[in-house]
Design a binder for this molecule. Sequence first.
Ligand code: ADP
Ligand code: MG
Ligand code: MG
Length: 251
Amino acid sequence: TALLEVKDLQVRVEDREILHGLTMTVNGGEVHAIMGPNGSGKSTLSHVIAGKPGYEVTGGEILFKGEDLLEMDPDERAAKGVFLAFQYPVEIPGVTTMNFLRTAVNAQRKARGESEYLVPDFLRKVREVAASLNIPMDMLKRGVNVGFSGGEKKRNEVLQMALFQPSLCILDEMDSGLDIDALRIAADGVNALRSPDRAMVVITHYQRLLNYIIPDHVHVMSNGRVVKSGGKELALELEATGYAQYEEVAA
Ligand code: ADP
Ligand code: MG
Ligand code: MG
């Protein structure tokens, strides 16, 4: 079975249909890029997969490891290994990043029937991953995302991802607001998490990110559908031609 199968998905937000029959299959080990103009429905897709409220699925299905994902609440999806990162990181003043991470990771391990991390083991693990992402331990003593720069927020999410060890990582516009150096560090962190039993869906408006995270498959979304799929060369082609031709296809 595929890791993720989205079949003819139709989604409404406030009585307006946003996704009009979207189909894609992601296998373990693969990196898929979803590209498309603003408003094409990329974030809507990521939110529906993660189980964010406010979206009405009016048709189609989503299977995760063969199970009906739409039947699961968001916590269950996270426990099963679905991880959505990046577009709007929440700030949680008063909760240190370290405590937040430990609570979240342990809750997830518990839901999976795994033993919780003991404090020293968790600290060791965080230190190791944080170092690889250039995250100073001081940052982890601050409130979650409070006063973090764009790059710090993103590195923090990659850290979370490394600790959660999800099976499916959906990265929504991780490149937004990052300079080249910060992008490279975050992308290296993501690349280090590539593995045969994990898949990534990388959502981006720009081709640039895909120089750092090289996808196996590229899909172009326009007006709530996948209008073209191909290999990594499709991203370069898009960079040259733009999205306008696909908007016509979708219309
Ligand atoms: P993308 O991520 O590709 O830029 P989105 O999924 O954010 O696209 O948005 C797709 C379309 O759905 C846009 O036209 C947007 O205005 C609309 N949309 C998204 N979320 C909402 C919402 N909560 N309420 C109303 N319209 C929404
Ligand atoms: Mg494939
Ligand atoms: Mg978006």
